[in-house]
Structures are given as structure tokens and as C-alpha cells.
Design a binder for this molecule. Structure first.
Ligand code: F6R
Length: 243
């Protein structure tokens, strides 16, 4: 595990974008695993800026996202499909037919998950998986207590996660209660992992995930067992991590 210390959110975003750029430059037809949430937004902005300058080419890149709310149509501004288009896909020269997210509008959970697992397998796996870190240690929507060895599955979101996401919806009642998410096993099979973490409110969980015991109670702690993890975090998030 490598920890890259960033001064602040902007610096974190730039450093993370550098790692993703290096991946695209070294393997133009790579498979990128992508994340939504507030933390990677600056990373996507930086990638878009470099694309506009002519420094990056997404034309051969394939993407698979971590997760999607079950039941939200693609044109709902809170769907992760919408998020990815808004923050990255519509600004770069990526081939949209090679950008994948779980199908949130597929009501049959088993079908939605099997289809997504099939896509990931047929792509030959993920070269670099970008992750954020939930306040309860979740990665994707893998909530505390779930088995580590899952592939894409349907989860009931915890109240804590629904409350954390409430800021994006009109009310708590509007927050979807289920999501399709890549499982921990799928994430662990990515060749490289890049986690971005920002803010004081993530300091304790960042510490617990990487310096505490490996336990399903802290889903991100399984990443201690992965052999190529880079964490890019700002000073606030690193407050409890020894220098
Ligand atoms: C997003 C995702 C989530 C977020 C996590 C942190 O696709 O899967 O695990 O990475 O909830 O979210 P933020 O960055 O908003 O704190």
C-alpha cells in the first residue's frame, strides 16, 4: 500500500488524476473502474482539463462503474449514469458504447447483477479501480457486515448511507433504498486500486480501514490484502495516520 499525501482537495484530485493518466498513457485500451460521490469530482475535472489540452486520449478506454441505484432512471440527475455523463463522459472523447454501469432500471436483481458480472468478466477484468471511502468504511455500496467474497449484487442501503446521500435528494424518502454494486471480490480482482479520500470527517475511518483489523465490519479493510493499492488523501483525512 502506498499513501500519497496531498495538501488539500485540489492537490489530491491532481495527484489521483496523474495516476489515472499514467494508466491511460501506458495502456490506451485499459479498463478503468470508476466511482461516483463527491470525492472524485475534482479528479474528473482534472482529467477533462488535460483531455482539453490534448494530453489525454480516451478513445480506446473502457469504463465500468462500481454501482448504481436500483430504480432510478438514467435521466434522473441523481443516477450514477447521469453523474458519470455530467462529470466525465460528455466532456471527453470516450466511446459511450464502452462505458458500463449496472442497469438500475432492471427490476430483476439477479439478472442485473449476472449481466454486469458477465460484462466485467468479458472485458478481462479491471486494470485500475478508482474508489471513494464511505464514512462507515463502505466501498462501492458494500456495507459493513457483508461477506467479502461477493461479485455484483443487490444491497439494501444502511440508514447511515441513505442519510449521507440525502443531501442529493429532496428528502430522505426520495433516497433509493437499494443499489446494485460490484462486490468486494470484484473490486479485489482489479489489478490496481486507487482510493481518494478527503476531509477531517474521513480521518477515523481511513485509519481504521488501513491500520485496524481486516474485518467485514469495515469493508475497505480488505484492501490491506491487495498487492497494489494507492491511497491519495489530503492532510485532513490523513490526520490520524502516522507520517
Ligand atoms: C460511489 C461509491 C461510494 C462512495 C462513498 C464515498 O460510486 O461507490 O462508495 O465512494 O460513499 O462517497 P463521497 O466521495 O461522496 O464521500
Amino acid at each position: 500500500m502506498r499513501i500519497y499525501r496531498a495538501k488539500d482537495y485540489k492537490d489530491m484530485s491532481r495527484k489521483a488524476a496523474n495516476i489515472i493518466s499514467a494508466q491511460i498513457i501506458m495502456k490506451p485500451n485499459c479498463v478503468l473502474g470508476l466511482a461516483t460521490g463527491s470525492t472524485p469530482i475534482g479528479t474528473y475535472e482534472q482529467l477533462v482539463e488535460w483531455y482539453r489540452k490534448g494530453d489525454l486520449d480516451f478513445s480506446d478506454v473502457t469504463t465500468v462503474n462500481l454501482d448504481e441505484y436500483k430504480g432510478l432512471p438514467r435521466d434522473n440527475e441523481q443516477s450514477y449514469y447521469y453523474f458519470m455523463h455530467d462529470n466525465l463522459f460528455k466532456h471527453v472523447n470516450i466511446d459511450l458504447s464502452r462505458t458500463y454501469l449496472p442497469d438500475g432500471m432492471e427490476p430483476d436483481s439477479k439478472k442485473a447483477c449476472d449481466d454486469y458480472n458477465h460484462i466485467i468478466h468479458s472485458l478481462g477484468g479491471i486494470d485500475l479501480q478508482l474508489l471513494g471511502l464511505g464514512h462507515n468504511g463502505h466501498i462501492g455500496f458494500n456495507e459493513p457486515g457483508l461477506a467479502f467474497e461477493t461479485e455484483t449484487h443487490c444491497v439494501d442501503l444502511t440508514e447511515k448511507t441513505m442519510k449521507a446521500n440525502q443531501r442529493f435528494f429532496a428528502s430522505l424518502d426520495d433516497v433509493p433504498k437499494q443499489a446494485y454494486t460490484m462486490g468486494t471480490k470484484t473490486i479485489m480482482q482489479a489489478k490496481k486500486i486507487l482510493m481518494v479520500v478527503s476531509g477531517k470527517d474521513k480521518a477515523q475511518i481511513l485509519h481504521d480501514a488501513f491500520f485496524g483489523p481486516v474485518t467485514p465490519q469495515v469493508p475497505a479493510s480488505i484492501l490491506q490484502m491487495h498487492n497494489d493499492v494507492s491511497i491519495v488523501a489530503d492532510e485532513d483525512a490523513l490526520a490520524l495516520i502516522p507520517q
